[in-house]
Design a protein around this ligand. Structure first.
Ligand code: TYD
Ligand code: MG
Length: 453
């Protein structure tokens, strides 16, 4: 057995230490540092290094590097490809994270059954039995005659088998149940997850296999999962969405081959995941009645606009310390906006409970939500409905100024396409040429925006 060396690593941010500490010096989290036994396997003794025909590395200039073996291939889902930056790159390690029950296994099984028609594909299941996977594939009506299946949890065995099977694409479901013999700790522990992922990634790189790793994440996004792995993999993708909602979003957190913050939208149906090619339509399915506290905004997700409805409820509080709840938006942003509203809009909500919600269960991290949140809050506070055909976006600064956001023109065009007639936008985002059927009102600061509505 190879020698092991002991290191310490933070399970939250992945920082390395030589000794145990109570608090991580990088992310300042307490009690997150745990012992980690690193397998000392010299690269030359890798069991699979012979297969790739390794030679001594040589130095060369960037333009001399052969790019011919890099064409991406499609996953069969346009939404999945979009998040990956245009398709799967051979030899890349891709982590698909998500809460248990999000649909990771379903998405990958569908993808692999489609891909197996054109290339060698291997699905390694460590969690479900082969019968369970086969039953699911049958129920989903997938083509099952080409996909190769393996039930195994030892990465050494998996790589040895893969060296003979020579797949072009592999799924490991999931990284939390995999183990490597050099390390004594239980599967799922930080050391096992880190080492098994590193081993599989190395195998993927040397043999040009696209490796899709499934990683479970808990509600708070931690666990010995995606965080400790992020440095060794090429793409990290999260499948999000509550299990009681039909919709699932696929979001890139890290991508060495494309842009991050792309969003892919899927719907979980009785027959597996279906892509949603016009997501604005589903997030906007609102009632025809005008209600106070509701407004539509245009988000910019990666390379496309997305219309979502923002709701606010402001109600007299019975508590000494009124509640501030933000679902799908950032809590700190809400507190900041309430302070801006007080200082520059003259609206006092100190004795009110404030709730805001982004409809459809999506998470908004973009600053263009500011203006929509403010107007929804004012609308609910005054109990006056905003017009149904109004759409807004814009960032609000601490002195009450409305700041421009990227891709203003595209956002307005998307709203016009969906039948909106009026838009309140930052003055710098107002288009130079009029858009047919759309009245665009550019505003400089908060008081101007409040005056307009
Ligand atoms: P699964 O892919 O097993 O989740 P994960 O691998 O991320 O843990 O998906 C499980 C959920 O998806 C399960 O709760 C039921 C639901 N589901 C459907 O609604 N329809 C389907 O056709 C399938 C296969 C699953
Ligand atoms: Mg699963």
């Amino acid at each position: 057995m190879a020698k092991t060396k002991t290191a310490y690593v933070c399970t939250d941010c992945g920082a390395d230490y030589t000794r145990w500490l109570g608090q991580c010096q990088e992310c300042h989290a307490w009690n997150t540092i745990s012992e980690f036994r690193q397998a000392k396997t010299p690269a030359r003794q890798d069991p699979f290094s012979g297969f790739s025909g390794q030679t001594t590395p040589k130095v060369q200039t960037l333009d001399a590097i052969d790019l011919t073996d890099l064409p991406r291939f499609s996953s069969g889902f346009a939404e999945f490809d979009r998040v990956l930056g245009g398709g799967i790159v051979p030899g890349s390690a891709i982590l698909i994270g998500g809460e248990p029950g999000a649909g990771k296994s379903t998405l990958l099984l569908q993808t692999m059954c489609t891909l197996a028609a054109n290339m060698e594909a291997l699905y390694v299941t460590g969690e479900e039995s082969l019968q369970q996977v086969a039953m699911r594939a049958k129920r989903l009506g997938l083509a099952t005659n080409k996909l190769k299946m393996l039930s195994e949890t030892s990465v050494e065995n998996i790589c040895a088998i893969a060296s003979t099977e020579k797949p072009k694409i592999m799924v490991i479901d999931s990284i939390q149940v995999m183990h490597i013999s050099d390390i004594q700790s239980a599967p799922g522990s930080v050391s096992q997850v880190r080492e098994t992922a590193a081993y599989l990634t190395r195998f993927a790189k040397q043999n040009h296999v696209a490796m899709l790793l499934v990683g479970h994440v808990t509600k708070d996004g931690s666990l010995a999962g995606p965080k400790v792995l992020e440095h060794c993999i090429d793409c990290s993708i999260m499948l999000e969405g509550s299990t009681d909602s039909r919709f699932r979003t696929l979001r890139g957190n890290k991508n060495r081959f494309g842009a991050v913050n792309e969003l892919g939208v899927f719907a979980m149906t009785g027959t597996g995941l279906k892509e949603v090619s016009n997501p604005s339509a589903i997030f906007l399915s609102r009632s025809q009645e005008q209600t106070a506290g509701s407004i539509v905004m245009v988000l910019w997700e990666g390379t496309r606009p997305l219309l979502v409805e923002i709701q606010a409820l402001v109600d007299h509080s019975a508590l000494g310390n009124p509640r501030r709840v933000a679902v799908g938006a950032e809590q700190n942003r809400l507190s900041m906006l309430l302070a801006i509203l007080h200082r520059h809009g003259g609206l006092q909500m100190n004795d009110q409970d404030v709730f805001v919600n982004v409809v459809g269960g999506i998470k908004v991290t973009e600053t263009s939500i500011d203006l929509a949140l403010l107007l929804a809050l004012v609308s609910s506070f005054r109990d006056r409905a905003l017009p149904q055909d109004l759409v807004v976006f814009g960032e609000v600064g601490l002195s009450g100024e409305i700041r421009p956001v990227p891709s203003g023109q595209e956002r307005i065009n998307e709203a016009a396409k969906h039948g909106f007639k009026r838009a309140i936008v930052p003055i710098a985002n107002a288009p130079k040429h009029a858009i047919e059927g759309m009245e665009v009102i550019g505003v400089k600061n908060l008081s101007e925006a409040l005056e307009v509505i």
